[in-house]
Write a protein that binds this ligand. Structure first.
Ligand code: GLU
Length: 423
């Protein structure tokens, strides 16, 4: 590997990025360096082999991870992702970001994350079920409603959560819905959970628009990633009067300056497997979405979408990050200097885990809340967190990501300091 390539790899390694973001806060504040050092290390990492009988009778062994980053403030909390690019450093970063995220929105959780290296798009439902159940069994000793609570993430959904709930409940001998969130409604899932991440992304975009003076009526929006987060963010921002002019998925993108129809694009994707080829829109390369001249950009795909390579092309006025880790630290600096208002992942997409918390509360209290009640509580918490972060950003003249880290790392460190070091 050449020196240049090596440098690139380090900059794009999500866990290195997560640690650098924590270091930025450490330099700015007078937090105890010992605590910072602990926060830069996940508390526990479990790697498991998952043997699965495939439909053709052959056996395949998948590798899965559960990383438990920090539980000073409450049980570990975070999703499980199925993707062929999953690797341990990615899961460690995602787990770290979950600890930060739950602290930004001030819910009583820590952070964790799981992942299985697989290509779910090439697997049948029975294969996915067998893989999910065996993975759950392998991690069942370290999860639980008061220990570590998984949830959906990239390529996992309410059905996946139902299999996790059932497998875990088999091992405890009683129905234990609180072990996982993002479940189907009939199984103790919460109304509003499915759209919660996107609702948060759009609430943050709306608050940022108020601050920057961008009008939502007829504003233009571009979205990368058209899974659960990207799609729901699209129709939610349309409801506020904005026009979604472009979106993309892993296969390509589409553009229509007059505005797409979020729901129709989703139907087209369900039928054909991609947003590409949507009638009336122009097919464009997925990577071109980042450089479109729009008011709002919602990166809702994977990590490292906005990097030092393409940040110069960004023309959006407001960015609200639906994905985890879409922007590298180098790109963050450029975006800040360009005067673009960026709402970072750890705040913008925290609506998902916030409603996961509401779901868990309903499960352990045996309650059912109305969708209005859920959305109202979500709105309150997101707006509060947004302004807490924005106040720090203004006071310290830093960008919103650094401000969110200052708030979150401070909250985690305070609790760790009070609890002290064991033994
Ligand atoms: N996977 C989502 C995230 O990255 C949700 C996590 C959760 O609800 O626990 O925030």
């Amino acid at each position: 590997m050449s020196g240049e390539e090596d440098k690139q790899n380090i900059t794009l390694n999500p866990f290195e990025i997560a640690k650098r973001q924590i270091d930025i806060v450490a330099k700015m504040t007078n937090l105890n360096p010992d605590l910072i050092e602990i926060i830069k290390h996940p508390k526990r990492i479990l790697e498991v082999s998952i043997p699965v009988r495939m439909d053709d009778g052959k056996l395949r062994v998948f590798t899965g991870y559960r990383v438990q980053h920090n539980d000073a403030r409450g049980p570990f909390k975070g999703g499980i992702r199925y993707h062929f690019q999953v690797d341990l450093d990615e899961v460690k970063a995602l787990a770290t970001w979950m600890s930060i995220k739950t602290a930004v929105v001030d819910i009583p959780y820590g952070g964790g994350k799981g992942g299985i290296i697989c290509n779910p798009k090439e697997m049948s439902q029975p294969e996915l079920e067998r893989m999910t159940r065996r993975f759950t069994w392998e991690i069942s000793g370290i999860i639980g409603p008061f220990r570590d609570i998984p949830a959906p993430d990239v390529n996992t959904n309410p059905q996946t959560m139902a299999w996790i709930m059932d497998t875990y409940s088999m091992s405890t001998g009683r129905a234990t819905p609180g072990v996982v969130t993002g479940k189907p409604i009939a199984l103790g899932g919460s109304l509003g959970r499915n759209e919660a991440t996107s609702r948060g992304v759009v609430i943050c975009a709306r608050e940022a628009a108020k601050i920057t003076g961008v009008k939502l009526k007829d504003a233009t929006v571009a979205i990368t990633g058209y899974g659960n987060v990207g799609y729901n963010a699209a129709w939610l921002i349309e409801e506020l009067g904005a026009k979604v002019v472009a979106c993309s998925d892993s296969k390509g993108g589409i553009y229509d300056p007059n505005g797409l129809d979020a729901r129709k694009v989703r139907k087209h994707k369900s039928k054909t497997g991609s947003v590409k080829g949507y009638a009336g829109a122009k097919d464009i390369a997925g990577k071109d979405i980042i450089g479109l001249d729009v008011d709002f950009l919602f990166p809702c795909a994977l990590e490292n979408e906005i990097t030092s390579e393409n940040v110069d092309q960004v023309k959006a006025r407001i960015i609200s990050e639906g994905a985890n880790g879409p922007t590298t630290p180098e790109a963050d600096e450029v975006i800040f200097k360009k005067g673009i208002f960026l709402v970072p992942d750890i705040l913008a997409n925290a609506g998902g885990v916030t409603v996961s918390y509401f779901e868990w509360l309903q499960n352990i209290r045996r309650e059912y809340w109305t969708e209005e009640a859920v959305n109202e509580k979500l709105e309150y918490r997101m707006v509060k967190a947004f302004h807490e972060v924005h106040d720090i950003a203004k006071k310290e003249t830093v960008h919103m990501r650094t401000a969110a880290y200052v708030l979150a790392v401070g909250r985690i460190a305070t609790v760790m300091e009070l609890r002290g070091l064991y033994p």
